[in-house]
Design a protein around this ligand. Structure first.
Ligand SMILES: [Zn+2]
Length: 230
């Protein structure tokens, strides 16, 4: 029996040490873990540079590097859009802030790159073609007049009838998807981008979405052709 006492003292001493130290240790650990999580969240929510993604799209598809100017221009604007004038690609912060993955950003850029590769600017005589919805109604409703410097808002839609502009968008989605996939990006991201556009739109223009379900038809085309999950 006498030999059981020393372990008991040791056990009590250890327990006291643990009781005193454990909360401190846990608090420290918690702080560290929280810090790591916050850091991870910051890192994972940050997208790669659009320029890096554009370069990957070009090189993996053997496109000439000068097919557009090397830089993607980011424009401060709340609305969601991307566009190209044939020389450069523009994307709004409104869209950029809603994209969650490089794959999604890559699809936006692939779509614009496809417009350039397909010579849409010259063919349509449009000054710019965009990603979201090529419709004057949207342009007029969403954009505060005179605030966008004519970049993304002024898409020259009056030159086109809607059916033709829709065909142009289908073509850019189609080739864009091929460029995107060949560069090793997840094809499902294309659908995710359209979902993001759809989710952002209803509060602003429910009427428009009812009468111009362009995104839905664009999603269906990609889903059917590329066997994606709807
Ligand atoms: Zn487009």
């Amino acid at each position: 029996m006498s030999c059981s006492k020393p372990p008991l003292y040791i056990a009590i001493a250890l327990l006291l040490v643990l009781l005193v130290q454990t909360p401190v240790a846990t608090a420290q650990q918690r702080t560290t873990v929280q810090g790591q999580i916050q850091q991870q969240a910051t890192v994972t929510s940050r997208l790669s540079s659009p320029d890096v993604i554009l370069l990957r799209l070009k090189t993996r598809n053997n496109l000439p590097l000068n097919i557009t100017t090397p830089e993607v221009q980011v424009q401060q604007a709340d609305f969601l859009n991307a566009a190209t004038n044939g020389q450069s690609i523009l994307i709004t912060t409104g869209l950029l802030n809603r994209l969650k993955t490089d794959d999604q950003l890559a699809f936006v850029l692939s779509h614009e790159l496809a417009h350039v590769a397909l010579n849409h600017i010259q063919k349509t005589q449009m000054r710019r073609v965009g990603l979201t919805l090529l419709d004057q109604v949207v342009v007029n409703r969403v954009l505060p007049q005179g605030t966008v410097g004519g970049l993304l808002g002024d898409v020259g839609l009056s030159l086109l009838d809607k059916r033709f502009s829709r065909n142009v968008e289908f073509q850019a989605d189609d080739l864009g998807m091929q460029l995107h996939t060949k560069a090793g990006y997840n094809p499902e991201a294309a659908i995710q981008v359209f979902r993001i556009l759809q989710a952002a739109s209803p509060n602003r223009m429910p009427e428009f979405l009812q009468s111009h379900p362009i995104s839905d038809s664009r999603i269906r085309m990609l889903v059917q052709k590329y066997k994606l999950a709807y």
